[in-house]
Design a binder for this molecule. Structure first.
Ligand SMILES: [Zn+2]
Ligand SMILES: [Zn+2]
Length: 416
């Protein structure tokens, strides 16, 4: 992190939109985040303006049955999730209309897209490993659950010379209703609602080049309830909270098929659900505890795995900097992915009147806190008392391996 890279002159927060490729600027981090979030709180990479424009353009366009409503090609898994999510957010109001035409989406994942860190489409194609292919298809099915709000149940798998095709139908389609097991119905306290939605999902893996084609056809209706997160799953996430949410999700899905867990619907859990539970366990208590001071923060940090004090910034009552497990655990959090960071600052939010700074990065579509700095320079009389400590903090993080291409800040630290 060279000083030259820090955008010191920015008086507000900014984030680059992947769609219009401009820096979107807002006065506060909250306002900025609102530009990049879906209606249900999922972080997105395209800005709200772009998404609104897309909705406007497609609004008056007659839908021709020869084409797809969305026909997207994606090079990465993140782009796929982002593309399908933002399209659905604009075009599906979750109100069922029997007269409406089905929405049709085709998403092509290019060769060698990684659905998970250990599941690439190329491996699926080349190894002919049916278990791996099935896992990839189920992961994509669950991603569609996250993106659309609909859960699709497996119907059949057909194999040809050049492709393998997994077919699913909507769990709430009326054809599913007629095949319900009367013994099972009694287990549900709330009657399920079914729709003539003709919901179909096909996931086709090419054996030739390892690309995947996802075809979705559906008439929208109310969302399918998500998997009930059991105490067992919550405690697993708590125990493994030092892993990235993505890794935890991957482990849970694998365990769902290895039946380590009691008979549940664990295989239907989504990335977003895992992230929400993970976040609730990783929020730090001291942030909300008004009785804590520098010393108790220091003690707490010493007791927790993954939290490490930053050398040179531990002046009693003046400065205290530490890194979080998201930074100290370089094995599970790839620092090469931390190419853009945000510096967030909060002043006078507690009885001590110290300043709180946080370095955040966007990682796998979520914001992770990497390091915090508590600063109270009120009792110090020296030139650049704040700036010198902020510089020392950034330098320490850089020396520890953080090397972002862009740093977004809301303060002119040079003049601090
Ligand atoms: Zn944009
Ligand atoms: Zn449906």
């Amino acid at each position: 992190m060279n000083n030259a890279n820090i955008r010191l002159n920015l008086s507000n927060y900014s984030q680059k939109c992947t769609s219009c490729r401009t820096l979107v600027r807002r006065d506060t981090l909250q306002e900025l985040q609102q530009m990049f979030v879906s209606h249900d709180g999922r972080p997105l990479k395209s800005c709200k303006t772009c998404r609104d424009n897309r909705a406007l353009k497609s609004g008056g366009r007659p839908i021709t049955r020869t084409s797809y409503d969305l026909d997207g090609h994606y090079d990465t898994h993140d782009e796929f999730i982002e593309g399908v999510s933002s399209f659905l957010e604009q075009h599906d109001d979750h109100k069922f209309d029997l007269a409406a035409q089905s929405m049709r989406i085709r998403a092509v994942l290019s060769t060698n897209t990684f659905v998970e860190t250990d599941v690439s489409m190329t491996d699926c194609a080349q190894t002919g490993d049916r278990a791996l292919q099935t896992r990839a298809a189920m992961l994509l099915r669950n991603d569609i659950f996250d993106c659309t709000g609909y859960y699709f149940q497996s119907r059949r798998c057909t194999e040809k010379n050049d492709e393998i095709k997994f077919s699913f139908t909507c769990s709430r389609s009326t054809e599913r209703e007629t095949e319900r097991d009367p013994l099972k119905i009694q287990r549900y306290t709330i009657a399920k609602e079914f729709f003539d939605c003709r919901g179909l999902l096909h996931i086709i893996i090419s054996k030739d080049n390892g690309s995947a084609v996802i075809v979705y056809e559906h008439r929208g209706h109310t969302e399918t309830p998500k998997f009930h997160v059991t105490d067992e799953v919550r405690s697993y996430i708590d125990t493994h909270k030092l892993l990235s949410p993505r890794q935890i999700y991957q482990n849970l899905i694998r365990m769902a098929y290895d039946s380590q867990f009691e008979e549940t619907d664990l295989h239907t859990i989504t990335r977003q659900q895992v992230y929400n539970v993970w976040l609730s366990f990783t929020r730090m208590q001291w942030e909300r505890d008004p009785t804590n001071d520098f010393l108790s923060a220091q003690l707490l940090i010493g007791e927790r795995d993954g939290y490490q004090l930053v050398d040179g910034l531990q002046e009693q009552g003046v400065s205290l900097a530490f890194v979080t497990p998201c930074f100290s655990d370089a094995v599970n959090y790839d620092r090469a992915k931390m190419s853009e960071i945000f510096v967030d600052s909060t002043f006078n939010t507690n009885k001590h009147g110290y300043e709180l700074y946080c370095v955040l990065t966007e990682y796998d579509l979520v914001s992770l806190p990497l390091s915090y700095l508590l600063l109270d320079t009120r009792g110090i009389r020296e030139e650049g008392k704040r700036g010198s400590r902020l510089t020392a903090w950034f330098t320490a993080l850089r020396d520890a391996g953080l090397n972002p291409k862009v740093v977004h800040t809301d303060k002119d630290f040079a003049g601090a």
